[in-house]
Design a protein around this ligand. Structure first.
Ligand SMILES: *[C@@H]1O[C@H](CO)[C@@H](O)[C@H](O)[C@H]1NC(C)=O
Ligand SMILES: [Zn+2]
Length: 471
């Protein structure tokens, strides 16, 4: 999720970590109490700089070190006869856990080992690879993206195996090593391996959304959002070429003017309002009772009010993304000298595509909105929104994740949601229909408010870590 500015901010400012453990098997949901050794293992994981700089520039030394850490930290996982471990593409890992009932279709848990670069000059409160503990918070790159999942899953498995647990349903744990730079080596080779073996999966769980609290305006209380799809994306390059000339004899329209007008048309004519036609409908319907009045009333009656709710959401950039494909002009380049008319002007526009629209539909609309032969429109890259995973009452994956969340956080409302960033899970879309994106992390606004409240009330008692105060 490195691409998401939001996440970066969180990482920089209030890094914290919950080793909450999801055990996705029938009837055996257990919360593993925080223990010093569990903490220290996770901190060791944070200290290894498994940074991905580009698809061809990864830190092999750190990745090897990480493999050694896993073997050392989870001896039972690596020695159990129930677990088969394989290294994939040198640094990624695939664990196959046998179930006692082979007729039950296995599921898969996914996480990634690598992190995006971090430099101490970025304003960290503690060095990014120090895993320093300050007031019960662990600071460091990867604490919530995504080493807490890597360590949490293996910790859960280690714990359960030690307890003599044997799952009925088999499952896989996949750990990619290059998610931050596309996953084309790690995740994709895990997919290849599973395809070769003709593996069918009942569902897949990866990182993505989390527990939000105070993030959505008008929502009363915290909610766990399980990502059931990812928005699509398109990057379009617009360019205008004209004869170069001197500024003393300008033509009536310059390349810059023509391009600027085209860009303005794209901003003035946003993509169509689609609120209610994608999984955002499910988000609002599931959360309806938690909204304050009058949003509650509107959200409970989307059959009638979807257009109004969509229009309200469109008023703010944070919520506009729910209601349509967003248009963002991100680069505009032209000109080198004050007295020379540039021969080329170019701009880049990035679209995040709503689930109810396709890449092609967006491109067609861009063409017709630009509507000027002099403006060349090229697609730099793009892909369709991901398929929407099921989230009905009978959806096995969705319901078992929901049940696991409620076992750990009983006070939450669980709802489907849409991810705006992409994860390794997209490589699995031919292998499994139901892909869910959720990590059991309580988003920082909660912590922020807790701190604020404590400070305001002048309480001097030591703040409890989130796992102790909340669930
Ligand atoms: C790669 O990781 C090792 C530790 O495993 C570290 O000592 C080294 O500085 C890292 N290299 C880069 C370029 O980050
Ligand atoms: Zn991630």
């Amino acid at each position: 999720l490195s691409k998401q500015y939001f996440y970066r901010e969180m990482l920089l400012r209030f890094l914290w970590l919950i080793v909450a453990v999801l055990c996705l098997s029938r009837g055996t949901n257990k919360r593993v109490a925080r223990s010093p050794s569990q903490w220290s293992r996770t901190r060791k994981a944070i200290r290894i700089p498994t940074v991905s700089y580009s698809p061809t520039d990864i830190n092999a030394t750190a990745l090897h070190e990480f493999s050694r850490l896993l073997r050392k930290a989870f001896p039972t996982v690596f020695s159990s006869s129930l677990v088969q471990h394989e290294v994939v593409a040198d640094y990624s890992h695939l664990f196959t856990v046998q179930g006692s009932q082979p007729d039950l279709v296995p599921y898969m848990l996914l996480a990634h080992i690598d992190v995006v670069p971090a430099s101490e000059s970025d304003g960290w409160d503690a060095p990014p690879f120090s895993a320093k503990e300050i007031d019960n918070f662990i600071y460091g790159r990867g604490t919530l993206d995504d080493k807490e999942c890597v360590m949490g899953m293996l910790q859960a498995l280690e714990y359960l195996l030690l307890k003599g647990y044997r799952p009925q349903r088999g499952f896989y744990i996949g750990l990619g090593h290059d998610e931050e730079v596309s996953g084309l080596n790690g995740a994709l080779n895990i997919v290849r391996l599973l395809k070769q073996r003709n593996v069918h999966l009942s569902f897949l769980l990866d990182e993505g959304l989390l527990v939000v609290d105070g993030v959505m305006k008008g929502l009363d209380g915290p909610a766990a959002l399980i990502g059931v799809s990812e928005k699509g994306s398109a990057t379009v390059k617009l360019s205008v070429t004209s004869a170069p000339g001197h500024s003393s004899m300008p033509p009536r329209e310059s390349s810059i003017g023509i391009l600027a007008a085209a860009v303005k048309r794209l901003e003035d004519n946003p993509m169509p309002m689609l609120f209610g036609q994608g999984p955002e409908r499910g988000t609002f319907e599931h959360l309806a009772h938690k909204f304050i009045f009058p949003i509650r009333f509107l959200a409970s009656n989307l059959w009638l009010f979807a257009p109004i709710v969509g229009r309200l959401l469109a008023l703010k950039p944070e919520t506009n993304a729910f209601s349509r494909t967003t248009t963002a002009v991100t680069m505009f380049n032209a000109g080198v000298k004050v007295n020379v008319l540039p021969s080329v002007a170019e701009a880049y526009v990035n679209f995040r595509i709503h689930s109810a629209q396709s890449l092609q539909e967006v491109l067609d609309l861009v063409d017709s909105t630009v509507g000027d032969q002099r403006v060349k429109v090229e697609v730099v890259d793009g892909f369709d929104p991901l398929p929407v995973s099921s989230y009905s009452e009978t959806s096995y994956g969705f319901q078992i994740i929901k049940k696991s969340i409620l076992d750990v956080f009983p006070q939450l409302t669980v709802a489907p949601g849409i991810c705006v960033a992409n994860t390794d899970s997209r490589h699995f879309k031919d292998l499994v229909a139901d892909i869910y994106r959720f990590i059991p992390i309580w988003l920082v606004q909660y912590i922020g408010r807790l701190l604020e409240r404590t400070l305001l009330q002048g309480q001097s008692q030591h703040l409890q870590p989130p796992l102790k105060t909340k669930p």
